[in-house]
Write a protein that binds this ligand. Structure first.
Ligand SMILES: Nc1ncnc2c1ncn2[C@@H]1O[C@H](COP(=O)(O)OP(=O)(O)OP(=O)(O)O)[C@@H](O)[C@H]1O
Length: 276
């Protein structure tokens, strides 16, 4: 990692000129985006706009073809576990829990980047290991209380209702004690009540000092929660600003009304979510 700046006023996350090409397809083109401490930033756009690809560039799953990503002024290495160690955690559009592990175990797995006890300590199972294990378990339980899953701690992840699986993903991501949490469609498949409780959860995460960058198709969720919203269309940032600015931008309205290019064949979902 190369330190470029330590200035306190620097943004938490700064993506500059991020481009991602897959052969002849440019999925993300020269995108700049910053997230400041305590901000909730929304990333919206029609299906196939490049939102998840952009997330993958931020979190080291992809190495951008061009551009740089810095976190707290430091260039991020293109390796997901090093990005997590640096302080960025994420959830996925398609839930990726350990289905046959308990709820508590899933959160404990998320803590490993913050656990200093090495393999030898674990094998010897000495006092230091037991202390660390106890601390991890206490911290995991706090997160389960925070996300409303404490009473399900011994359930297998695969037996949780869908909405709770999504919350468990968030609890597991928080276990790495991130400064920035990236959420990829956190309310997908949720009923309206679950969506509202997820909104409350995201606000509470910000209250605790973690900034949030969220991809979401539910426009009410985005415009209720976000301080700043960026719109991607066909890989490019079309517009960004406050929710009011973005909502009233005619280009955004046009993009969301959908053209054949922006609604891939076979996709008959309403890209405006439940905004109406
Ligand atoms: N690994 C890959 N190889 C080739 N093309 C890819 C790859 N990943 C994504 N794409 C393409 O990049 C474009 C952007 O996809 P991406 O999934 O990032 O969009 P999105 O905005 O997240 O869409 P959605 O809202 O439907 O999840 C699409 O045309 C997609 O087919």
């Amino acid at each position: 990692m190369t330190t470029t700046s330590d200035a306190p006023a620097a943004p938490l996350l700064a993506a500059t000129g991020v481009t991602m090409r897959f052969g002849g397809l440019t999925a993300v083109r020269a995108v700049d985006l910053t997230v400041h401490p305590h901000q909730i930033v929304g990333l919206i756009g029609p299906n196939g706009a490049g939102k998840t690809t952009f997330f993958n560039c931020l979190t080291g799953l992809y190495t951008p073809t061009e551009g740089t990503v810095t976190y707290r002024g430091t260039r991020l290495p293109p390796k997901p576990h090093l990005v997590t160690t640096a302080g960025i955690a994420r959830t996925f559009q398609n839930i990726r829990l350990f289905a046959n592990m308990t709820v508590l175990e899933n959160v404990l797995v998320g803590r490993h980047t913050r656990t200093k006890e090495g393999l030898l300590a674990a094998l010897l199972r000495g006092p230091r290991f037991h202390r660390a294990e106890k601390t991890s378990e206490e911290r995991a339980m706090e997160l389960l209380e925070f996300t409303g899953l404490a009473n399900k701690r011994h359930h297998l992840a695969r037996n949780l209702p869908y909405g709770e699986q999504r919350k468990l993903e968030i609890a597991r991501a928080l276990a790495s004690e991130p400064g920035l949490l990236l959420l990829d469609e956190p309310t997908a498949g949720m009923n309206p009540h679950e969506t509202r409780t997820t909104e409350q959860l995201v606000l509470a995460i910000r209250e605790k000092g973690t900034a949030v960058l969220v991809i979401e198709h539910d426009m009410r969720f985005i415009f209720n929660l976000c301080d700043h919203v960026a719109v991607l269309v066909q890989g490019q940032k079309l517009v960004e600003g406050t929710p009011d600015t973005v909502q009233s931008d005619e280009r955004v309205i046009a993009a969301y009304l959908g053209t054949p290019l922006e609604n891939p064949p076979g996709d008959d979902t309403d890209p405006t979510g439940d905004a109406t």
